[in-house]
Design a protein around this ligand. Structure first.
Ligand code: FAD
Length: 483
């Protein structure tokens, strides 16, 4: 099984651009480089993080500046090319590449500038979480981002962004103050509270539909340099009991605590005692975004819920917390992840989650429960496009495996799991964990609810011909259909 290309009308290369040597205009204009099949570096540059995705773009424009992005957008539009936009290349669905079209790769645009006086942070559209964390922690600051530092800030923020600070400081997109955006028409716009505020509203959770963000401006907060972090593996043969205790902990947890519970199998690695290799675990992990002493006291129950298999908890540099999971998600392995917001974690839900875990076909796969709420649910729903803001829990079902021959069983496990959990959900998904976005418009409507019509209208305003379509797509044609 290979990942399907997003189901969109086929765009063809014009005669001119179809010849592999035919982009001299763009090549001359770019400060960065333009790669074509056969060029040195093309093979490496065409790959994205998910090994399920194997595509061959006709051109890869490695952009160094906003001017480069404008030139590449104009080239794609004028030559009717299928266009993929890549920030960190960590889209699980593989949206950062395409077959036969143009990839606009912003990786070289990863500069981060911090104003320690205001806590405002400007970051290029190709920055990773690691780039952002390094620059902000130098001043004892952090912007809420995700839990794997190699992920791009662009895709993550535009889809929402949940990590170790989410319940204290909100989603990544809640901390987005402004953005510099290149539109489908090749114009540079500012989106902020005072300029094009409708565009800022859409960027906060509406995905890459509305333009290419060349620079993000975030609000950072004082964090660390050391935080209390719990990372305790409990005995997975007792998962029902442990998940119920986790739920009870979450019910009373203050907003300083952002945590999740993950069910999986202990990898046969040196970091873990040999006696527990391949044994099922429930990992309880939590970050306390306040004083270390207070964090120790508040988080202690997560460690003592039961006799742990192994406990790596303790005060830790925030930068180490941000990279602790990096090695678990190597580039090039095969991945298929979906998600569903849960209305509660009552016993029947715990039993159903445990049942999904019992059926995991790959020992590398996991079933994850993210505790949401806190600052996320205090932002008024109308303030941003993001959908699913009030759910107390998010279920992530992550298939991770190595051999292509196991594609079908792993993808089927995730799909069946999500189907089985629908009765415990209002039907909204977290669109940064979208499978291959097979749900299309139905998923978009159930996730965005009443925001969806506004997103369609804004798409028609900023990208009426759907140039930016390789994403969790909002189709501007729906507005015409409704008119
Ligand atoms: P890309 O593949 O580069 O792009 C993803 C999407 O964003 C595409 O649709 C693309 O067109 C669009 N896009 C990219 N750059 C721009 C830009 N500059 N302007 C406009 N559109 C752009 N999510 C969380 O919330 N929390 C987590 O903790 C978390 N952990 C993850 C861990 C791993 C290992 C992975 C693979 C993903 C994780 N995610 C997490 C999901 C992640 O948020 C999404 O996969 C996200 O899309 C990655 O962004 P990217 O820029 O790396 O991806």
């Amino acid at each position: 099984m290979t990942a399907p290309q997003t189901d969109t009308p086929t765009l063809s290369l014009s005669d001119e651009s179809n010849s592999s040597t035919s982009a001299p205009g763009l090549e001359r204009t770019l400060q960065g480089s333009l790669l074509r099949p056969g060029d040195d570096g093309y093979e490496e540059a065409r790959h994205v993080w998910n090994g399920m995705i194997d595509r061959h773009p006709a051109f890869i424009a490695r952009c160094h500046s906003t001017a480069d992005v404008i030139a590449a957008v104009n080239f794609a539009r004028e030559h009717n090319l299928l266009l993929a936009v890549r920030g960190g290349g960590h889209s699980v669905a593989g949206y950062g590449t395409c077959d036969g079209g143009l990839v606009i790769d912003l990786a070289p645009m990863n500069d981060v500038r911090v104003d320690p006086a205001t806590g405002e942070v400007r970051a290029g559209g190709g920055a990773t979480i690691a780039d952002l964390d390094r620059a902000t922690q130098a001043y004892g600051l952090a912007v809420p981002m995700g839990v794997v530092s190699e992920t791009g800030i662009a895709g993550l923020t535009l889809g929402g962004g949940i990590g170790w600070l989410r319940r204290k400081y909100g989603l990544s997109c809640d901390n987005l103050l402004a953005a510099e955006v290149v539109t489908a028409g090749g114009k540079r716009l500012t989106a902020s509270a005072t300029e094009n505020s409708d565009l800022l509203w859409a960027l906060r959770g509406g995905g890459g539909n509305f333009g290419i963000v060349t620079e993000f401006t975030f609000q950072a907060h004082p964090v660390g340099p050391e935080v209390m972090f719990v990372f305790t593996l409990h005995d997975g043969t007792r998962k029902r009991e442990i998940l119920r205790a986790y739920r009870d902990f979450c019910a009373a947890a203050p907003d300083d605590v952002s945590s999740f519970a993950i069910c999986g199998d202990v990898p046969p690695e040196e970091a873990f005692p040999e006696a527990i290799h391949s044994h099922p675990y429930v990992l309880l992990a939590a970050c306390y975004a306040g004083s270390v002493a207070e964090g120790k006291r508040i988080l202690d129950p997560l460690r003592t819920i039961a006799e742990p298999l192994v406990d790596f908890s303790g005060p830790m540099p925030y930068l180490d917390v941000q990279t602790i999971l990096d090695e678990d998600y190597p580039e090039g392995m095969r991945y298929y992840w979906k998600s569903l917001y849960l209305e509660n974690l009552e016993d029947a839900v715990v039993d159903a989650v445990a049942g999904l875990d019992d059926r995991r076909p790959s020992p590398l796969s996991t079933v994850d429960i993210w505790h949401m709420g806190g600052a996320i649910s205090r932002v008024p729903a109308e303030a941003s496009a993001f959908g699913g803001r009030n759910a107390p829990y998010l279920l992530g079902v992550e298939a991770n495996w190595e051999a292509a021959e196991n594609d079908e069983s792993n993808v089927a496990w995730v799909r069946e799991a999500i189907d089985a959990m629908q009765p415990f959900s209002g039907g909204a998904e977290y669109l940064n964990f979208p499978g291959f976005h097979e749900g299309g418009e139905t998923t978009m409507r159930s996730t965005f609810g009443s925001h969806y019509e506004r997103l369609v209208a804004l798409k028609a305003k900023y990208d009426p011909h759907n140039l930016f379509r390789l994403n969790q797509n909002v189709d501007p044609a729906e507005e015409k259909a409704a008119a």
